[in-house]
Design a protein around this ligand. Structure first.
Ligand SMILES: Cc1ncc(COP(=O)(O)O)c(C=O)c1O
Length: 502
């Protein structure tokens, strides 16, 4: 029987085809020209709001072709492109084109990967993706897990599983208030801010975090870790969770995972690895020693939207014994009729989400498009380019190379002469490098971020970008020198004017 309903959102097959072809052509042109565009336009919120206009919610509809044309124009001409070869700020990967196609396909079939019954093939694809991710980072295939939106969520998901497993009472029913001892977590001073959010949101408070000092090589000091744990035990607290970071956000340092694992075993604590950024580098055989101990982790956070080059959003929690996830998250409301027989896996029981999108598809496609060899090639090239940036900074008379680890290099602009009347050289250099970072970020030529190392403000580049080349690195050195000099000259002029006005 013919369906006569004409819903306003429906597109005919002909309309969809024509819009889709046009959009793909336009995206293809965008991908081809990305390196010729500015990394960002640096426009202010006000400028962007005036482009959008302030009309109220429209009463009537507009044709899809007009809307898509407008959206592409707004996005191509007023965005920051983390796929640009000279984007190396923070940690967001250049997105693999097949990931975009995967997202289009996922949204079209639109499985709800909360339950097997609602997403039969998608659930199995997610399971396979998770197995492959475990193999990718070099841990045993008994690890299971769940895909989540990113690094924060991957760490939170593991944190709550750890807490359920390690709390001495049944906190699922009785809550944190029922515990006689305070649960304590340990991490190095370089740990990403997710740990603060976890402590705040999940009811522990930030005083439950022990920020362990780092050694000269920026790794967690294991003696200090053990001292902190024993002090807490003596004081009547309950140490339960240690984070080892595999690639810290500022410098890319990988903690001594093997050493942390041994301490966790000794004190019966949960060993979590935050490998959101760095864990994929364990695919490089020469880095095996760096990641030694990762196989002992009770849980690991990894982030395909960082160094696996997935489009946002894609994170993953891996747990050595996946039952810890279902112990924490499973529930069986009467309105769910989801079979658990026949090995059906319902992902709503593995994490915080109920309805879930099919983010696994893009990752599954990317992993197969290039395989282990393709990833080894891209990740080792990123590391090579980061080392080149560090070396060029080291050789440059006005740059000071500070750290290099995995694909993160930090460095500073140091002018050849700093006038005598500027009393505090460190304050001046910090201000100069901070101003330079802001200037570079707005310039559209290159996007790098910052790191504070031993109280020194540094420029920081993180290359998780298969589009970056040797030429980009050489050009970045020139750009930093030129812009650094401009900022220095401006600051000198300002300081002389200030002196005159005193
Ligand atoms: C080590 C580490 N953990 C966690 C995160 C948070 O990841 P996301 O921004 O995807 O939530 C980051 C982000 O850079 C990170 O570097």
């Amino acid at each position: 029987m013919e369906n006569n309903r004409k819903a306003p959102l429906e597109l005919t097959a002909k309309e969809f085809k024509s819009l889709g072809h046009n959009l793909i052509d336009s995206i293809s042109g965008f991908n081809e020209t990305i390196s010729e565009r500015p990394v960002t336009t640096g426009e202010t919120p006000k400028q962007l709001q005036s482009l959008l206009g302030n009309q109220s919610f429209p009463e009537n509809g507009t044709s899809a072709s007009v809307l898509l044309e407008k959206a592409t124009d707004l996005l191509y001409n007023h965005s920051l492109f983390n796929g640009h070869p000279k984007f190396m700020g923070y940690i967001t990967g250049s997105a693999a084109p097949i990931g975009a196609l995967g997202d289009l396909l996922a949204a079209s079939v639109n499985p709800n990967v909360g339950a097997f019954a609602l997403s039969p093939m998608a659930t199995e694809i997610e399971k396979q993706t998770i197995q492959w991710l475990a193999q990718f980072i070099g841990v045993e295939s008994n690890y299971g897990g769940v895909l989540v939106s990113g690094g924060n969520m991957a760490n939170f998901t593991a944190f709550l599983a750890a807490r359920t497993a390690k709390a001495p009472a049944n906190i699922k029913e009785e809550g944190l208030g029922s515990l006689k001892k305070k649960l304590i977590m340990y991490c190095s001073k370089s740990t990403h801010t997710w740990i603060d959010k976890a402590a705040i949101l999940f009811g522990h408070g930030t005083n439950a975090i022990r920020w362990i000092e780092t050694d000269a090589d920026n790794k967690m000091n294991l003696e200090a870790l053990e001292n902190a744990i024993t002090t807490d035990i003596i004081e009547g607290n309950e140490p339960f969770f240690v984070v080892g970071t595999a690639g810290d956000v500022s410098t890319g340092t990988v903690d001594n995972l093997e050493g942390i694992s041994a301490i966790c075993k000794l004190y019966h604590m949960w060993f979590h690895v935050d490998g959101a950024y760095g864990a994929p580098a364990n695919i490089i055989p020469e880095l095996e020693a760096t990641f030694k101990g990762i196989k002992e982790a009770d849980s690991i956070a990894i982030d395909p939207h960082k160094w696996l080059y997935s489009p946002l959003e894609a994170g993953c929690t891996l747990v050595k014994n996946p039952k810890h996830l279902t112990d924490a998250y499973s529930s069986h409301p009467e309105y769910f009729n989801f079979d658990t027989e026949d090995a059906e896996q319902n992902y709503y029981e593995y994490g915080l989400q109920n309805s879930r999108g099919f983010r696994a598809l893009k990752v599954w496609l990317m992993l197969q498009q290039v395989g282990r060899q393709g990833y080894q090639e891209m990740i080792s090239e990123d590391i090579k380019l980061s080392k080149l940036l560090f070396e060029l900074a080291d050789q440059h008379p006005n740059l000071d190379a500070v750290t290099q680890s995995l694909s993160i290099a930090t460095f500073r602009y140091i002018p050849s002469e700093i006038p005598q009347h500027l009393e505090n050289k460190q304050v001046y250099l910090n201000e100069l490098n901070e101003k330079l970072t802001t200037r570079l970020q707005k310039s559209g030529e290159v996007f790098i971020s910052n790191a504070i190392i031993n109280e020194n403000y540094c420029l920081r580049s993180c290359i998780v970008n298969f589009r970056t080349s040797k030429k980009d690195i050489e050009e970045i050195i020139d750009i930093v020198e030129e812009e650094g000099n401009k900022v220095h000259q401006q600051m000198l002029t300002d300081s002389v004017l200030q002196l005159q006005n005193q």
